[in-house]
Write a protein that binds this ligand. Structure first.
Ligand SMILES: NC(=O)c1ccc[n+]([C@@H]2O[C@H](COP(=O)([O-])OP(=O)(O)OC[C@H]3O[C@@H](n4cnc5c(N)ncnc54)[C@H](OP(=O)(O)O)[C@@H]3O)[C@@H](O)[C@H]2O)c1
Length: 328
């Protein structure tokens, strides 16, 4: 099969489409013929050599796909619940930038009602990341307020929609008026341009000085103090990325005064069992919102798999809104 290989660590040009061996599905895995895969920020970090795949994972990038089941592993019987020929999407720990990929059976999801096979590739990573963090761990609940940094990102465009579906007041930050307009169109209530406004002051102003209940943060160190300052009493900060570095000099007193909780987690390094649990929760809680037409994958642009380098250039320019797809 053909796959995108990281020929050496470096810029987008190191991504090359090459002939490689087909993956063999393990006993509890299925083999998928890939219809589409989606980019994630982590793929660019893996390409640079700073995010190696977990032990036993495919060396090729790609954390999610959609496609058709080609074969079932030896311990899987037909119809339990999948069959050869079924259309699915899947959460991966790598290997999506390819014509075929093997995936543990617990990481499969049906293509949601009303979504094309291609666009379904844009859903597993964002849905599993957002659901497993702010919902399963921070217990973000209807009636609460929620600040999403990077509102126009793949993660952000999903987080806005699922939160609005669940009756949550959504605040977002983004770096341009065009991106904020897109967030507003997806339902965001308070849109803050972090380049021209102080987000802490705006959050305080919009909440009568109280702050928000939960924050989903992609920045880490550079936003840590400002995030603590933006939370309400019993507020929860969930960090999923370190785009602003992983160290900070912080005044911790707001944590004690406001009884704050700070958590951080990655999805790719979790166990197969843990990922299966998240995938199940996502199917139960998120897929109905999609079937009701209240949530859709936001696809900004598609590229042929051979143009993975160009797709990475687009992601690193940060001029996209939503997800970028690659088509084998
Ligand atoms: N922990 C996990 O399991 C997990 C899983 C998936 C994703 N993530 C993380 O979630 C984040 C979003 O991922 P994604 O794949 O959706 O990426 P993405 O679409 O490329 O989004 C990245 C966002 O970061 C914003 N950004 C870039 N530089 C910034 C800066 N200096 N200050 C503030 N914002 C900045 C960009 O928007 P602006 O133009 O508005 O700045 C962009 O919307 C990434 O940090 C990624 O690593 C974590």
């Amino acid at each position: 099969m053909k796959a995108v290989v990281i020929t050496k660590y470096g810029g987008p040009e190191v991504l090359q489409l090459e002939d490689v061996a087909d993956p063999t599905p393990g006993a509890d895995e299925v083999l998928i013929k890939v219809a589409a895969t989606a980019l994630n920020r982590a793929d660019t970090v893996q390409r640079k050599g700073a995010y190696p795949p977990p032990k036993g994972s495919s060396p090729y990038p790609g954390l999610e796909v959609s496609g058709t089941i080609l074969a079932l592993g030896s311990s899987l019987s037909p119809g339990s619940p999948w069959n050869v020929g079924d259309e699915v999407c899947a959460l991966l720990s790598g290997g999506g930038y390819a014509e075929k990929v093997a995936v543990p059976v617990g990481q499969l999801l049906p293509v949601p009602q009303g979504v094309s096979l291609r666009d379904a590739a844009a859903l597993p990573e964002v849905a599993c990341t957002v659901w497993s963090t702010v919902f399963m761990m921070s217990h973000l609940s209807p009636g609460e307020s929620f600040l999403i940094h990077g509102g126009s990102s793949g993660i952000g465009t999903f987080a806005i929609q699922i939160s609005k579906y669940l009756g949550i007041k959504v605040f977002v930050t983004a770096g341009s008026e065009e991106k904020l307009e897109a967030c507003k169109n997806l339902g965001a209530d308070v849109c803050i341009n972090y380049k021209t406004e102080d987000f802490v002051a705006r959050v305080k102003e919009e909440t009568g000085g109280k702050g928000v209940d939960v924050i989903l943060d992609n920045m880490g160190g550079s936003y840590f103090q400002r995030n603590l300052d933006s939370l309400s009493v019993d507020g929860r900060l969930f960090i999923i990325g370190f785009q602003g570095g992983s160290t900070a000099d912080v005044n911790l007193s707001p944590m004690l005064a406001k009884r704050l909780t700070v958590q951080a987690a990655g999805l790719r390094g979790r166990s197969i069992e843990n990922k299966a649990k998240i995938v199940k929760e996502v199917e139960k809680n998120v897929w109905p919102a999609i079937a009701e037409g209240k949530l859709k994958p936001i696809v900004f642009k598609t590229f042929p798999l051979a143009e993975a380098a160009e797709a990475h250039r687009l992601m690193e320019s940060s001029s996209h809104i939503g997800k970028i797809l690659l088509i084998p």
